[in-house]
Every structure is written in C-alpha cells, then in structure tokens.
Design a protein around this ligand. Sequence first.
Ligand SMILES: Cc1cc2nc3c(=O)[nH]c(=O)nc-3n(C[C@H](O)[C@H](O)[C@H](O)COP(=O)(O)O)c2cc1C
Length: 175
Amino acid sequence: MDSSEFFGFLSERSSVRSYTDTPLTDEETNYILHCAGTAPSAGNLEAWDVVVVTAEDAKGALAEAAYDQEHIAQAPAVFVVCANYVRSMSRYGERGILYAVQDATIAGTYMMLAAHARKLHCCWTGAFDEDAAREILNLPQHVRPVVFLAVGRGHPPTSLTERMEPGEHVHYDIW
Ligand SMILES: Cc1cc2nc3c(=O)[nH]c(=O)nc-3n(C[C@H](O)[C@H](O)[C@H](O)COP(=O)(O)O)c2cc1C
C-alpha cells in the first residue's frame, strides 16, 4: 500500500452504529486479535487484555452499562479492551497506569483498523459505566475497561465526517 492508499484507507473509515446479525467468523476475530498483537507498547509489556463478547445476554447488559447505546447489543461482537495496570506498574510504578491506558488504546485502535481492513464496521464506544462493565465481565480490580469496540457488518454513512484542519491541532517548536 502506498501513502495515498494508506490515507484513503484511513479516511474511508467511519463509525457505524447499526449492524446485520451475521456473526464474525473465527477467522475474522482472530485476524483482529493478531493485528492488535502487533501494536507497540511501553517496554513491550503489552499491558492490555481484551474480552471478546458475543453472548446475547452479556451484550445486552453491556449496552445497558453503555447508557442504553443499542449498537452494543446489536453488534455481533463487542471487543472490550482493558488496560492491565499490574503488567505495566510492575516495571513502571505509577507511570505504568498511564502506559497501560495508552497500550490498551493503541491495541484497540489496531483492532478498529483491522476490522476496517476486513471491510467490517465498528464503533469505538467510550461512554459506559466502568463498575457495571466490571461486574458483567468479572474483571479483576487491576484491570480497567477502556473501550467497548462494537464490530459487525453495517452500512457506512454516505458522507465523510467533518474534521478540523490538521493545522488547528499543530504547534511548531512551542505552543
Ligand atoms: C474516546 C472516544 C469515545 C467515543 N465514545 C462513543 C460512544 O460512547 N458512543 C458512540 O456512538 N460513539 C463514540 N465514539 C465515536 C465518535 O463519536 C466518532 O469517532 C466521531 O464522531 C468521529 O466520527 P467517525 O468515527 O465516523 O470518523 C467515541 C470515539 C472516541 C475516540
């Protein structure tokens, strides 16, 4: 892929919040997970874990935990990507908290782009009640859920989402 194809690949992705009920194949799920495994991480500690949720009752409970966001229940799979504090803090102490969140965010981003590469659709979902997610998924205390990544087959919007101009984000040499 050359650089303009890469830009096209990125800019053609958009959040999709409605899906058919066709499940992901094992091969698709494994592809997404393998891609996430190539993500960089602080000290190469890979301080992230993921719970792949396909059970209808658990997805329904997660949708409720996400303040009734229906696409979480409707998606055939929800990848709940978690920061694993212990894995990173064992080397980096307090700083490891931030590193684990970064590791999980990058791994989740790779999953999102891997899904896009497979022509699947997804929605990064960050609004949810963490305690409810912990209880539903039996997450241990040293793990923090960072994102519910809903993945399935849907219909992307016909127009691209508007963005700020890159220059509006950028400061050169000093703020
Ligand atoms: C940190 C974060 C949290 C988000 N949380 C939600 C969410 O709870 N529900 C939702 O429908 N979309 C959520 N989104 C998706 C954004 O709304 C979406 O990425 C943004 O509007 C840009 O649109 P695009 O993804 O189609 O380019 C979230 C995205 C990010 C990065």
